[in-house]
Design a protein around this ligand. Structure first.
Ligand SMILES: Nc1ncnc2c1ncn2[C@@H]1O[C@H](COP(=O)(O)OP(=O)(O)OP(=O)(O)O)[C@@H](O)[C@H]1O
Ligand SMILES: [Mg+2]
Length: 637
């Protein structure tokens, strides 16, 4: 017999059914065009959404900062887009007119009881911009509807007489008769004139009507949510604009993309095969550096500095910086981790520039570097042993090379050999290192703010790490006074420090370290165990990266550090070969441990075998490689 409690449960669920029958379940709109994968995810994850029947007057949604897009979209009135969409704008207008009428003026309500004069002015500005859309003769209603219902048409470049030499996704790579560089072409979404007017006006109005400064919200998804919601809110309220209701998400997406995205360079940012994106000024093609084809021109071009400055502004504001005549240089990081450098006139005299070193979601590993022939198996295994330190003395290593020679990548690869039991502290100007190890604390420097205050130099950060019981200190790029701090650490028993230096040889590394602004006292250089030289070389096959030398500091005689070259690259064999010079570090290891030459040799060849197995099994992803490396240390204990 059913208990009283069971009856209650049945009754309660009946009541619930009654309530839900008042709600209508509709299919969520499928936004193929959605600019943000996050937004797309929300729409694809939740297919059915309850919507109140009294469809509706304006449904104003407040956007608390903690809400995610999921919550926001669920709370927002969703229109049924599953049924065939009316192509005719005026049909939509009829539907709107049958509903309680709201107007642009309804947006003219203070959102904050204590509005500042600027807020009032912003609101008035936004309303006048929106009003300018009403009866705007330049807007052709037929152009409002995107051709394929979802996305702004992307235009493909047509180049007569050019040969397509490669094609992937939407990218085509051409060989042009007229230039030595290959040409990269990707369809660029171009809104038509009517769409452009609507998107720009909505963008300007939204910026003014969002009451809090969205750049204070660090989470970029949350920031996108706020904009997205505000555009929907404006479109629903300002019915004079006459956008067909089923296009609200289309325009909200387009506006959010304009406000938070990177415009016409987005297709380049999405291409994992690009290492670098280089905007070199207005009226010149954007250049890219392709993994397989090297430097190329593209079909993407900015026609004035304004377009470039728009992107620079966005990046700068997101990190609370300002780029202008007084501060014409910017170092920053995009939300995806890519490193950015931007310059504006008068620093770059021919116009604004942006250089983006794209972040690799899937970082290179030692297996990749062996496959690329940047180093061979034996050297890889040797470096594994010296980074780990034969269980006795982890070595202090500097990686030197020119710009883009792959120093940071090699540093990251070598740092993967650090046992998980070590506490790692990394210090970088722009955080680029990407280690799969849990016990890592990452520090990022910061230039001084507008009043010249608030600088976090690498020197301050390096000094601070010394108070944090580090096992390993890794300085991304050693350039200034942090060098002396790091070398003091190396000379006072902090083994296993690593970093990179811009220099082309071991000798040049020493000169740079001991000259201004680094000024490391020559005697301290004895703290370095190895200097690894890496180069980007031009070959018949294109550009390749090679470790061209590994050197030791043999000691400092009369203030002059002596170099002991232990591996040197042979251009004939394209191999990094062992020289006849004894490796002093291994002699030190023998004094620290009971290992003899044969034991050391065996350890190196055992680890070479582990790496060879990974190569044979085609295991190269960082987490898998790292797991195999760490296994070695578990077995040891
Ligand atoms: N060994 C390699 N083989 C092929 N490509 C590499 C190799 N090492 C790095 N790369 C690629 O080359 C580019 C530059 O690498 P990285 O950032 O490591 O160079 P860098 O010397 O630190 O540059 P910078 O001087 O600008 O700091 C990256 O896109 C990276 O993916
Ligand atoms: Mg680097």
């Amino acid at each position: 017999m059913a208990s009283y409690l069971d009856e209650l449960i049945v009754k309660y669920s009946d009541d619930k059914k009654k309530v839900s029958s008042k709600e209508k379940l509709i299919e969520k709109p499928v936004l193929n065009n959605s600019p943000t994968s996050e937004i797309k995810k929300v729409f694809t994850e939740k297919k059915k959404i309850p919507v109140q029947d009294n469809n509706h007057k304006k449904n104003t949604i407040s956007t608390p900062s903690s809400q995610n897009l999921d919550d926001l979209l669920l709370k927002h009135k969703i229109v049924d887009f599953s049924s065939p969409q009316p192509k005719n704008v005026f049909k939509e207008k009829e539907i709107i007119s049958s509903q309680p009428k709201t107007s642009i003026e309804d947006l003219n309500k203070p959102t904050d009881a204590f509005e500042s004069n600027t807020q009032v002015k912003n609101r008035e500005d936004a309303l006048s911009k929106l009003k300018s859309l009403e009866n705007n003769k330049d807007i052709n209603p037929d152009e409002l509807q995107p051709k394929n219902d979802t996305i702004i048409e992307a235009q493909e470049e047509t180049i007569e007489g050019a040969t397509v030499i490669a094609k992937y996704n939407k990218v085509k790579i051409y060989r042009l008769d007229s230039q030595s560089l290959l040409h990269y072409s990707v369809p660029v979404p171009k809104p038509n004139p009517s769409q452009k007017i609507i998107i720009n006006t909505l963008k300007e109005a939204t910026t003014r009507l969002v009451s809090s400064d969205p750049y204070k919200i660090k989470d970029h998804l949350q920031r996108k949510n706020i904009y997205y919601q505000k555009v929907l809110d404006i479109l629903e309220t300002a019915q004079e604009i006459n956008i067909p209701k089923h296009l609200y998400p289309f325009y909200a997406d387009a506006v959010v993309k304009e406000m938070t995205g990177y415009g016409i360079i987005e297709p380049l940012l999405d291409d994992d095969k690009l290492e670098e994106i280089m905007i070199v000024g207005p009226k010149k093609p954007v250049y890219v550096y392709h993994i397989d084809y090297g430097m190329m021109t593209t079909n993407i071009m900015f026609y004035s500095d304004d377009g470039i400055n728009d992107i620079i502004d966005k990046i700068a504001r997101s990190i609370g910086r300002n780029v202008d005549i007084a501060n014409p240089l910017l170092d920053a990081r995009l939300p995806d981790g890519s490193r950015v450098n931007a310059t504006v006139p008068p620093a770059s005299i021919d116009g604004s520039t942006i250089t983006i070193r794209k972040f690799r979601e899937d970082p290179y590993t030692i297996i990749d570097l062996i496959n690329f022939k940047t180093l061979n198996l034996e050297v890889a295994s040797f470096l594994w042993c010296v980074v780990e330190g034969f269980g006795a003395k982890p070595s202090n290593i500097l990686i030197s090379g020119g710009t883009g020679s792959g120093k940071t990548t090699t540093l990251n690869v070598l740092a993967n050999f650090i046992p998980e039991s070590d506490r790692i502290l990394t210090i970088e100007d722009t955080a680029e290192l990407n280690l799969p190890i849990k016990h890592v604390i990452r520090f990022e420097g910061r230039p001084p703010g507008l009043e010249g205050k608030g600088e976090l130099s690498l020197e301050i950060l390096t000094k601070n790490t010394l108070r944090m019981r580090p096992d390993r200190i890794i300085v991304g790029e050693i350039r200034h006074k942090e060098a002396t701090t790091l070398f003091t650490a190396m000379n006072t028993g902090h083994d296993g420090c690593m970093g990179t230096v811009h220099a082309n040889s071991a000798k040049e590394t020493i000169v740079r370290l001991t000259s201004p602004p680094m000024n490391v006292p020559p005697l301290m250089l004895a703290g370095i165990d190895f200097i690894i030289i890496q180069k980007r070389l031009r070959t018949a096959k294109g550009q390749v990266r090679r470790i061209t030398a590994i050197a030791e500091i043999k000691g400092v005689l009369d203030g002059d550090p002596k170099i002991n070259m232990v591996f040197a690259w042979n251009p004939q064999t394209d191999m990094l070969e062992r020289t006849s010079n004894p490796i002093m570090y291994l002699d030190i290891i023998k004094t620290y441990t009971n290992l003899n030459d044969a034991d050391i040799k065996k350890k190196i060849s055992d680890r070479a075998q582990i790496l060879q197995n990974l190569i044979d099994k085609k295991i190269r992803v960082i987490h898998d490689v790292s797991k195999e490396i760490q296994k070695e240390y578990i077995i040891k204990r």
